[in-house]
Design a protein around this ligand. Sequence first.
Ligand SMILES: Cc1ncc(COP(=O)(O)O)c(C=O)c1O
Length: 385
Amino acid sequence: MHEFVAKALRDRPWQAVTLERPQPLEALPTPALVLDRAAFEANLTSMRDHLAAHGKVARPHAKTHKCPVISHTQMQAGAVGICVAKVGEAVAHAAAGVQQILVTSPVTHPGKIAVLASVARQIDGLDLVVDSIVGAELLRKHWPGDARLGVLLDVDVQMGRTGNHSAESLRRIRETLADEARFHCKGFQHYAGNLMHIASYTERRERSLAAWEQALALTADVFDATPEVITGCGTGTFDIDVAIEQITDLQVGSYIFMDREYVEIEGRDSPTLNAFTPSLSVACTAISAPTEFGVTVDGGFKAFASDSVAPLPLDLPDAKFRFAGDEHGVVLRGKGDQEPLLGRVLSFMVPHCDPTVNLHDVYWVRDADGLVREIWPITARGAVW
Ligand SMILES: Cc1ncc(COP(=O)(O)O)c(C=O)c1O
């Protein structure tokens, strides 16, 4: 069963495709997910330079983009490896030749363990987080003798999603896997996703540093030697957690795209998080104008993730987007806005980047002159297992 879906993923295209002729936004099949190349590249460089200045490296999270072309670019920009949240994402990335993959969610199914073992044989460096004795024992039982697996303990101090908050359990998990040549226990992961979008920078900073202090205290007696890897963090704490000396690498994800959720939180020295430039938008066409107050575009719940804020109209100041069903959204016009919109292609900042990306097949990569020259496949799109 698992191998069947894994094979289908391995067969998917992943390489960039160059268009025969550069195309304007108006030529795209909307709703179209558009990536601004210059902003994307600037974000990569800013993060790399920021981390280097603090003696850290990135282990970027590919759950954000699900795209091997982007993972390869991040590796070329100095990343120590990439993270994936799901086994399916690991399969798609390994098939595209991405190395050094960390799976950041625990796995407790023999079918998934078997698929991961085939990934481990295929690439240089597969790591997996483990957060329970049950998970460790399942690995002992099902992981084959001819494949190597790096193990990170998943430590939780307050989020309550994955991770273990008992020092005793963490030590036992490590010991369960320690006397095995096929396993290499490298250290631990601690991810406080509940803190990433705290609007106040001061509060975010205090709580994140406190959570890290707790995670370090919890693990103080778990390892016999200093851990090789201490990893975690996200875009919301990218300039906070670097202060923790023991952290080796940051699992930042959203910084390459940004989204409305992230741009609206406070930055260190600014009312909005402006250290990175929004690079991702969805282009939609205005297809109907049933009332005088707005115009209907061809993107709704199937084009934008709807778990948080609304998409932000980028071309029309003061306008607001309202979801109007699976395939439609209504753009409520700004005061006094009389521009004819019907037939026009309008761009929207994505509300939440990760689940929005998962709704699309490709990125349309747009250059500084406004023309799209490349398509990057979202190879692990829909790989939610
Ligand atoms: C375990 C883990 N690490 C890192 C990230 C990246 O976070 P962000 O997109 O906020 O940078 C996520 C995102 O949900 C995550 O689940």
